[in-house]
Design a protein around this ligand. Structure first.
Ligand code: FE
Ligand code: FE
Ligand code: ZN
Length: 273
């Protein structure tokens, strides 16, 4: 299986690949910028090439880069929309130095405009940032639905995809905590949830998994991650996700509250399943 966690990109690309190996991983996620701010970190194409070589050598799965949390392409403020579109476009240009991987982002928060108004704005931003020749697949993350988040249901994600110009450049990242908090019972009926996903979006679009337990109950719309097996989803249900024939070959990214030692243990535990 392909599993890893979020690593810091502050010191460059290759160092993250080495760090992933140290933690027992064979994929990882990283923020393309400071996750809470907008500043761009140093970007060195040669360093990117070194990471590509390391990944090939160690048979890594696809990387799942993450756009910063500050992006909101469907903000009610034009200034934020514009910044977010531009940041996404710039991130995707850089991602081509790590060809063929994933770029995951939160569809955004509509901040009172309403989901129906936000959906075409999100699609427009994707159309602005994606070029047909790109090798990166953009992933819309399934959201917990806290505040005015768009993407809390499979229908909302599908509606965005329906409006994008290059739909084969777009997939979905299935966040177990968010899907659960969003009201999909992956504990009681994982097959049913995946069937619903397939009916509405299509499982061929499910490209990666954010692998988290949740501090809250199904449908809580809270978005508080918990360590694997220590939350309301629990080890047994998460084990079923990790071993599911439709999911087991995807990159699994842990976004659990852990330090390095915790991640080493968690990665080892999930691999042992
Ligand atoms: Fe996320
Ligand atoms: Fe996530
Ligand atoms: Zn989350």
């Amino acid at each position: 299986m392909f599993i890893g966690n979020h690593l810091s990109s502050a010191d460059g690309y290759e160092i993250m690949g080495k760090e992933a190996l140290k933690l027992g991983g064979n994929t990882f996620a990283f923020f393309t910028r400071n996750p809470r701010g907008g500043a761009v970190k140093a970007h060195d194409p040669e360093d990117a090439a070194r990471l590509c070589r390391l990944m090939e050598e160690h048979h890594f799965g696809k990387l799942v880069a993450h756009a910063p949390y500050t992006l909101n392409v469907c903000s009610d403020k034009e200034k934020i929309r514009k910044f977010s579109r531009e940041a996404m476009a710039e991130d995707l240009r850089r991602m081509e130095y790590l060809p063929g991987n994933y770029y995951n982002f939160h569809p955004g928060s509509h901040v009172g405009q309403g989901t129906d108004a936000a959906i075409p704005i999100i699609a427009e931003a994707i159309n602005y940032a994606v070029k047909p020749e790109y090798t990166t697949t953009i992933l819309l993350e399934t959201m917990a639905g806290k505040g005015s988040e768009v993407g809390k249901s499979f229908e909302e994600l599908r509606a965005i995809i329906d409006l994008v110009e290059y739909p084969d450049r777009v997939g979905v990242c299935f966040d177990t905590c968010h899907v659960w908090d969003g009201g999909y019972d992956i504990v009681g009926n994982l097959d049913g949830v995946l069937k619903t996903f397939d009916d509405i979006i299509g499982l061929d679009r499910l490209k990666a998994v954010h692998f988290n337990d949740s501090m809250n109950v199904c449908g809580s719309h809270k978005d508080r991650h918990q360590k694997i097996g220590e939350g309301e989803i629990g080890a047994e249900a998460l084990k079923a996700v990790a071993k599911h024939p439709l999911l087991k070959d995807k990159p699994f990214i842990l976004e659990t509250p852990n330090d390095d030692e915790g991640y080493i243990k968690e990665i080892e535990m999930v691999r042992s399943w």
